[in-house]
Ligand binder design. Sequence first.
Ligand code: AMP
Length: 222
Amino acid sequence: MRADPPEKSDTTPTSAIDGAQSRIMSTIRSICVYCGSSPGTNPEFAEIARAFGQILAENGITLVYGGGARGLMGALARAVHDNGGSVVGIIPDFLKSRERMFAGAHEIVVTRDMHERKRLMFERADAFVALPGGVGTLEELVEQLTWSQLGRHSKPILIANINGFWDPLLELLDHMKRSGFISSELAIDYKVVDRVQDILPAIEAAAAVAEAAPASAVIERM
Ligand code: AMP
């Protein structure tokens, strides 16, 4: 089962800024969110996941995620669903039989393995967001950073640094830059915000910059 994406707005812009905003909004139709399959110890993380789910639903943006019903993943997907939004869960066969899947997804895609799952999550999303999570979240985030660094895509990547959760990773990335392992030619392009309400505006701004780049710089397949 698959939900149709919301219709694009065709309202005539009243100013240059209005025009830019409606164009930017229309470029982001789906966001892949990486986050913990556990809730974490801080209840605020689940609140943030729910708040972001509501924001996605209210903006007509489809959630693409790992398909699980537990932890922050479950809180996020339930919030999208409960607020009338669209959820696409992409889960490998071995996890499907082992884990509780979110029953409210509009579309569940079962993949042969993790590689196919990650490729589909990439292809189905216009941008990537990392909420707090564990090694699975970290791995998925770092993979997108790597693909971006290698010029395989220019989709926005946003780190939601809620309560400074990602500070150790940001410090490590800075350390790598200072140590000459992340060069300016292969700059890793990511955005960082620390409030949930800033996630979408930052993605839209990054998408506008990417859209202005030459089409040849955007390679959307690995
Ligand atoms: P972690 O941060 O280690 O909890 O892993 C979360 C990330 O790994 C999610 O973004 C998922 O894509 C994937 N993942 C881990 N556990 C599950 C699960 N039980 N069901 C679905 N996806 C999972």
